[in-house]
Design a protein around this ligand. Structure first.
Ligand SMILES: NC(=O)c1ccc[n+]([C@@H]2O[C@H](COP(=O)([O-])OP(=O)(O)OC[C@H]3O[C@@H](n4cnc5c(N)ncnc54)[C@H](OP(=O)(O)O)[C@@H]3O)[C@@H](O)[C@H]2O)c1
Length: 216
């Protein structure tokens, strides 16, 4: 696949590493070309001069920026991602009087879809800490890569991409399931904060969720 990663931080670097290792062609951008260039050099990706250029030449675009940058990025790439797959790997968290909190009435992915009419937005990779986005094994166990999308073909393509990186791909259904996927990430983050964790924990659904007749 031809993949553009927007954002060259922890997630951009890890996903570039995983995608290049899986044999995909990867371009990467950030607002700081020196920074993104260093990540490109380290991972085998190619630096792209702008978010729009990166998205124009790719068939799959990955949003790996803080969600506060999503509106700016959407304005830059909106025209060129019509009909394309855009993967939302972002998470969110707010801090209230009682500590970390999350609004479960919507999701970043659904908000991104509203910002990118015509694009096929897919939620994926957000439940994995960056460390495990490039290393799908935790304590000897293959971690899950959950994928949510409204478009069946886009979901199938991203399930294939997830599997190519060594994760166990799990189809969780429509894009609205991103609310729960962002909740899973939130829970893992707050557990690591509360316990001074090493940010190595990851999600694995044990026991295949298939009909008994299929499992027999
Ligand atoms: N860290 C994790 O383990 C993890 C795991 C799953 C999901 N996530 C989510 O993934 C996203 C990225 O997290 P991260 O840890 O990689 O953050 P990070 O290390 O702070 O990196 C963010 C990257 O986005 C770039 N960026 C910001 N605004 C941009 C714009 N308008 N155009 C292009 N690039 C832009 C930044 O570079 P410039 O400022 O130079 O542009 C930087 O390279 C967040 O939404 C986070 O919630 C994080």
């Amino acid at each position: 696949m031809d993949i553009a990663i927007i954002g060259a931080g922890n997630v951009g670097r890890s996903l570039a590493t995983a995608f290049v290792r899986a044999g995909h062609a990867v371009v990467i951008t950030s607002r700081d070309p020196e920074d993104a260039g260093a990540v490109a050099a380290a991972t085998g990706a190619t630096l792209s001069p702008s978010n729009r250029d990166a998205a124009s030449d790719a068939s799959v675009v990955v949003l790996a920026v803080p969600f506060s940058s999503a509106t700016d990025v959407a304005a830059e790439i909106g025209e060129v991602v019509r009909g394309k797959v855009v993967i939302d790997a972002t998470n969110r968290m707010s801090f209230g009087a009682d500590g970390p909190d999350i609004d479960t009435a919507t999701s970043n992915a659904e908000e991104l879809a509203a910002l990118l009419p015509g694009a096929n937005v897919v939620k994926a990779f957000n439940t994995l800490f960056a460390s495990h986005q490039a290393d799908p094994i935790a304590e000897g166990v293959q971690l899950d890569g959950y994928v949510a999308a409204d478009d069946d073909a886009a979901r199938a393509l991203v399930l294939e991409l997830v599997e190519s990186t060594g994760l166990n791909p799990i189809d969780v259904g429509p894009l609205a399931r991103a609310r729960q996927l962002e909740g899973l990430a939130f829970l893992n983050i707050t557990l690591n904060i509360a316990n001074g964790g090493s940010w190595q924990s990851g999600w694995k659904l044990v026991g295949a969720p298939v009909a008994l007749a299929d499992a027999a």
